[in-house]
Design a protein around this ligand. Structure first.
Ligand code: DON
Length: 305
């Protein structure tokens, strides 16, 4: 497969395209990003790296961090206990919605909506002495790059505007599904969301999900294959909130988006791919990113279906 030629075609089609989407502004610091930024990076298990555009520039990974957090929690706790506190069903609601939580007794639909990710944060805080250091070290071990860190301005900006996430936490605590202090959980969750990585670094980190749980650089087994199967299944069904069906329909790969404009997708046993374009569609997913990934699986002729 000539991936570079395919990526060049996508670059020609979309690099100069004006997105009709809007850069996230509910976290004020994110609204300062140049909407024209656009990068794509594909990491093939057999043949290495392909890219174009701003693929080496770091951006706010936001909800993409929820995949790393779920993985870390699944390595620390058994699945029966963990999935008693957070379900694995698509929500069909926006990522920050409160409505289902009330009538489902404080058990979030899945670990990728905000409510579910906050439960995962609570679990990591209970299980780890230094959750922030552990979280960064986990990403460093997946990428081999120790300079990956948070953007303190994005962290402070989200902290100042986190009333919805605080509401989710309070509601879940009332139902007995949050163990630690609201402020402690919020602080850790915002920390993980404010991490910055490039398309290349995300494609490298996500390689464990395409490579049966093994890090490609040394074939070290980081996550057992059965857990990778489950994480990929949750990405497929819940990775794009109330647009998970649309992403599956158009792209046909498991993946995860973030409001920083990044999307990572994986083709098991083939490749990982990351695309970054900040303007978001109304569902909070990168508009051009979705187009670019749709073109990728169309031009290669392969998806998981
Ligand atoms: O909690 C929030 O709202 C953000 N830190 C993350 C949301 C997000 O990335 C949703 N993804 N598309």
């Amino acid at each position: 497969m000539n991936y570079q030629q395919i990526l060049d075609t996508i670059a020609t089609e979309y690099l100069s395209m004006q997105s009709t989407g809007k850069v996230a502004s509910y976290i004020p610091e994110l609204s300062k990003i140049d909407p024209q930024k656009f990068g794509m990076h594909l990491y093939c298990i057999n043949s290495g790296h392909y890219s174009f555009g701003d693929n080496n520039e770091r951006f706010s990974i936001q909800s993409i961090s929820k995949v790393f957090a779920l993985t870390r929690a699944m390595l620390l706790m058994n699945d029966t206990e963990l999935f008693a506190r957070v379900d694995v069903e698509p929500s069909g609601d926006p990522f920050n919605s409160l409505v289902q939580l009330e009538y489902e007794n404080g058990i979030p639909r899945n670990p990728f909506i905000n409510a579910g990710a906050l439960v995962i944060s609570d679990i990591l805080i209970s299980q780890l002495d230094n959750p922030k250091e552990d979280f960064l070290s986990f990403i460093h071990s997946l990428t081999g790059t120790t300079s990956i860190n948070i953007n303190p301005k994005v962290f402070a900006s989200e902290k100042a505007y986190s009333h919805r996430n605080a509401a989710l936490l309070n509601l879940m605590k009332a139902f007995g599904n949050i163990t630690n202090d609201i402020e402690t959980v919020l602080d850790f969750y915002i920390f993980q969301c404010s991490i910055e990585m490039s398309c290349k670094e995300l494609s490298t980190a996500f390689m464990i999900y395409a490579n049966g749980g093994k890090r490609l650089s040394d074939e070290h087994q980081i996550v057992p294959p059965q857990k990778v199967k489950r994480i990929n299944a949750i990405m497929q069904t819940c990775g794009f909130y109330d647009e998970a069906g649309e992403f599956s329909f158009r792209v046909g790969l498991p993946g995860k988006s973030g409001v920083g404009g990044g999307i990572v997708a994986i083709h098991p046993n083939q490749y990982t791919v990351t695309v970054w374009s900040p303007p978001l569609n109304p569902k909070g997913n990168s508009e051009l990113g979705m187009y670019a990934l749709e073109r990728l699986t169309t031009l290669t002729g392969f998806s998981i279906f």
